[in-house]
Design a protein around this ligand. Structure first.
Ligand code: SF4
Ligand code: SF4
Length: 130
């Protein structure tokens, strides 16, 4: 049996040293943040002055990620139900169907998409009023 050394395979570990001199592929978050992309499907926003509380968004959501929740203050006289959507980000898949069926176009997705939290209840999210 003839011995044939695997020279290429033996040198491969040394190639890792080359990586020390390469520009890093990662960023130092949160000091450095990536540029946001227009049209990205991030968090929901809901302009309460326009939301009519129709629950179309809740009905269309296939993941059952939307609950209609009663609001104490009267923000919109056209909101007959007195309810606004609350999103469960443990269920949402950012398909955007809810924004597509919103009659007054008050429900939208913003570019902001980064959120870290150690309490699961905090992922029940009232969209920002904008
Ligand atoms: S984006 Fe899709 S999954 Fe998320 S709340 Fe809207 S309809 Fe439901
Ligand atoms: S966000 Fe739009 S679809 Fe949902 S309750 Fe308000 S008006 Fe209706």
């Amino acid at each position: 049996m003839q011995f044939s050394p695997d020279i290429k395979g033996s040198l491969l570990p040394f190639l890792a040293v080359k990586k020390l001199f390469e520009h890093p592929k990662t960023i130092c978050y949160p000091e450095v943040k990536k540029e946001q992309i227009d049209g990205y499907r991030g968090f929901h926003t809901n302009l309460l002055a326009d939301c009519i509380g129709c629950a179309n968004c809740q009905d269309v959501c296939m993941n059952e990620a939307i609950d209609m929740v009663t609001i104490a203050k009267d923000v919109n006289p056209k909101n007959a139900s007195g309810c606004i959507p609350r999103i469960d980000y443990g269920r949402c898949c950012w398909c955007s169907l809810c924004t597509d069926v919103c009659p007054p176009n008050s429900l939208k997705l913003e570019n902001e998409c980064i959120w870290a939290d150690d309490k699961a209840d905090n992922f029940l999210y009232f969209p920002k009023d904008k």
